[in-house]
Design a binder for this molecule. Structure first.
Ligand code: ZN
Length: 444
């Protein structure tokens, strides 16, 4: 893949900042909240139960709500890589957990905003996007998850933990640290990115006041965790907007992937995410809030998580690179133009033993399971939004012509988006990189 061209800055005021370092840029501060593992349909504002997420529902009521958003992959690292670069994960070579990292040639949202004058701060509770995988790139300050699971160790972790045996940094702590930074950086536009693991971890991280919520209901722990994180994010946004310099911030709330819950495709699910390419694991919320500037509305058009990065850049007065796979949705927000979205949306997962590609058309979900996944067929055609029970709900025989058409789409997409080799083994470990940066090498 060729390196992406740097973004061009739009407008006279913004243009003035280029070449005169230190000038305050004109765009808004931006907050990107990634609630890990949050599927859209468990939020009240996405048709879920009304009493689960009142704070996020209230935020959504004054925001732009994208009703149908697909992640490019169903597990964290490829999906967040797509979110922050506007590229399909296969264009980044991010497939596997062991070491696949963001390639040095790729520009992240933080890099683009930082280069245009924004102060930048990132913090993650999920070690999947720690510094060792390149996700710190472009941030003035980036705080890693202090928990590194054994399978993520690249030889530079001081201590590793078995999955499920530790408590990850809690949302309140992550958000408090983000607020502290924001309070100290209200004098110029800032970009603040947080990743929260409460919903991913659920029962392990519930506070007493949320632990008993939804007792007896299906998916109790999941709903209680969504309620807790909704409460925390709602408080965070209110506190942030009370800070000098942040009242007018663009707040984006989304997730990296969904989650299979009790009763979902029980015949086929092995892992609750990363495992399948059905809507339960791919459909995420996307809420954009900037009261007074962005009028509240709901947008039913299907869009992609990889469209977020170019959208945010355009809303900041910057022009996204035309080489991105994602497109800016800014015209859709304001009703002024339609983005050039594809007819068929593609998702992919290749983690662990999985090897799947999916093509989503308006009415149909077409999946190629190239991994011999028990309970699935090698080729599946199912009604989009309909049952997700693998081979049991396959309608390939009834509609072979539709499947053939989507198979062609997928083959064509694969040709146009060749897999990039993983950067595993090329990227330096964090301590080595920090040492090089300290003496003037590496970095951005
Ligand atoms: Zn995740």
């Amino acid at each position: 893949m060729r390196p992406l061209a740097p973004v061009l800055v739009l407008g006279a005021a913004a243009a003035a900042l280029q070449g005169c370092g230190g000038e305050r840029p004109e765009g808004p501060s931006v907050v990107l909240v990634i609630v890990d593992t949050l599927r859209a349909d468990r939020l009240g504002c996405y048709g879920g139960p009304e009493d689960v997420s009142p704070e996020l529902d209230a935020l959504a009521s004054e925001s732009i709500v994208f009703e149908d958003v697909l992640a490019p992959c169903s597990w964290t690292r490829p999906s967040i890589a797509g979110l922050v670069t506007g590229l399909h994960p296969r264009g980044l070579g991010i497939f596997k957990e062991a070491g696949d990292a963001l390639p040095a040639t790729t520009r992240t949202l933080a890099q683009e905003l930082g280069a245009a004058g924004w102060n930048t701060f990132g913090i993650t509770a999920n070690p999947n996007i720690n510094t060792c995988f390149g996700f710190d790139r472009g941030f003035d300050t980036y705080i890693d998850s202090d928990v590194v699971f054994e399978f993520m160790d690249r030889g530079d972790a001081q201590e590793t933990y078995a999955f499920g045996h530790v408590t990850l940094p809690r949302s309140r702590r992550v958000l408090r640290r983000a607020l502290e930074w924001a309070a100290d950086h209200g004098d110029a536009p800032g970009f603040l990115q947080v990743d929260l693991m409460e919903v991913h971890e659920r029962e392990r991280q519930l506070r007493p006041e949320f632990r008993e919520r939804f007792e007896g209901e299906p998916d109790q722990g999941y709903l209680a965790a969504v309620a807790q994180v909704s409460h925390d994010v709602g408080r965070f946004v209110a506190d942030l907007r009370a800070l000098e310099g942040w009242t007018d911030a663009l707040v984006v709330v989304t997730s990296d992937h969904g989650e299979a819950l009790d009763g979902d495709h029980a015949a086929v699910v092995v892992k609750p995410h990363g495992d399948l390419l059905y809507e339960t694991q791919l459909q995420v919320p996307l809420i954009l809030s900037r009261p007074g500037t962005l009028d509240a509305r709901r947008i039913p058009d299907r869009v992609r998580l990889i469209d977020v990065m170019p959208t945010v850049l355009e809303l900041c007065g910057l022009r996204p690179s035309p080489d991105l796979h994602g497109v800016s949705l800014a015209g859709l927000l304001t009703g002024t133009s339609l983005p050039d979205l594809p007819e068929v949306f593609v998702a992919e997962t290749a983690w662990r033993e999985r090897e799947k590609l999916a093509a989503y058309a308006a009415e149909w979900r077409y999946v190629e399971n190239r991994d011999g996944h028990p309970g699935t067929d090698p080729v599946e055609l199912q009604a989009a939004g309909g049952a997700e029970d693998g081979a049991a709900t396959n309608r390939l025989e009834q509609h072979p012509e539709i499947a053939a058409d989507l198979a062609r789409h997928l083959a064509d997409w694969e040709r146009r988006h060749p897999r990039v080799e993983s950067t595993e083994g090329e990227a330096l470990g964090a301590p080595a990189r920090q040492q090089l940066e300290a003496i003037g090498y590496g970095g951005d």
